[in-house]
Design a protein around this ligand. Structure first.
Ligand code: KIV
Length: 269
């Protein structure tokens, strides 16, 4: 990557929306993956609490801790000279009190080098989000299917299909914009509602399972790289099949070891 490489800032996200440039975001949780994404010129990397699922094998994002997120986000931030790095505040790190939320937000920013935080929820957390933004920390909102509330929702189904929840989502995007959020992720809602949300605010709406009439897209990288053939929700497009590529590489390596074909002379000292 050239020395002149430009870091994307949270302010730049708003300019990108203003000039109609779509924003591409993927999750990453480790240094080498983040290095590849950064050098590929990806706009933004989300160190999502989806690490709970794809890195730790949990069924949801409830168990992951601030300490865990700090390890992942620090590794990603170290790699990124271009991509804007956003770190999720995990479940329990901002729900207890504003003071606790501020302490966790400051700790994540100090110890990781991330550029911004992401917080799930609208009106319920607006005071906390405002407080964190006032402290000089850029915050990305997250509405619609907010996976930290999976137990309250009763599953990972499409959200805001009913009028009351849809209208609350539109109110929440405006509240988050007024509070100073620089972007808002909207997950798994009808495309028409996400388009309405994008038209209602100047900050970019980053969709996941929210159709194409929004300002950008985010996917979990393991999903779009095809690590898990048993997980293919409608909103994911697999751009690679790393499951099969890695399986073949491992099997070829094992065959070579057993046949004494690896290492050869040029691979030995
Ligand atoms: O944690 C995560 O990866 C996320 C995305 C699904 C938006 O929040």
């Amino acid at each position: 990557m050239p020395d002149s490489v430009k870091k994307i800032t949270s302010k730049e996200f708003i300019s990108m929306k203003a000039r109609g440039e779509k924003i591409a975001m993927l999750t990453a949780y480790d240094y080498l993956t983040a290095t590849i994404f950064d050098q590929a010129g990806l706009d933004s990397i989300l160190v999502g609490d989806s690490a709970s699922n794809v890195m730790q094998g949990n069924a949801n994002t409830i168990p992951i801790t601030v300490d865990d997120m700090i390890v992942y986000a620090r590794s990603v931030a170290r790699a990124c000279k271009h991509s804007l790095v956003i770190c999720d505040m995990p479940f329990g790190s901002y729900q207890i009190s504003k003071t606790d939320a501020m302490q966790n937000a400051v700790r994540i920013m100090k110890e990781t080098g991330a550029d911004a935080l992401k917080i799930e929820g609208g009106e319920e957390y607006i005071d906390t989000i405002s407080c964190i933004i006032r402290a000089g920390i850029p915050v990305c909102g997250h509405l619609g299917l907010t996976p930290q509330s999976v137990k309250a929702f009763g599953g990972f189904g499409v959200r805001a299909k009913e009028t009351a929840e849809a209208e609350k989502l539109i109110r929440d995007v405006k509240l988050l914009e007024n509070a100073g959020c620089f972007a808002i992720v909207i997950e798994k809602v009808p495309a028409e509602l996400a388009a309405r949300a994008a038209a209602a605010v100047k900050v970019p709406i980053i969709g996941i399972g929210a159709g194409n009439d929004v300002d950008g897209q985010v996917l979990v990288s393991q999903d779009m790289l095809g690590y898990d053939p048993s997980f293919h929700p409608k909103f994911v497009r697999a751009y690679a099949n790393l499951h099969d590529i890695i399986t073949k590489a491992v099997q070829d390596y094992q065959s070579d070891v057993k046949a004494k074909a690896f290492p050869n002379e040029s691979e030995s000292y």
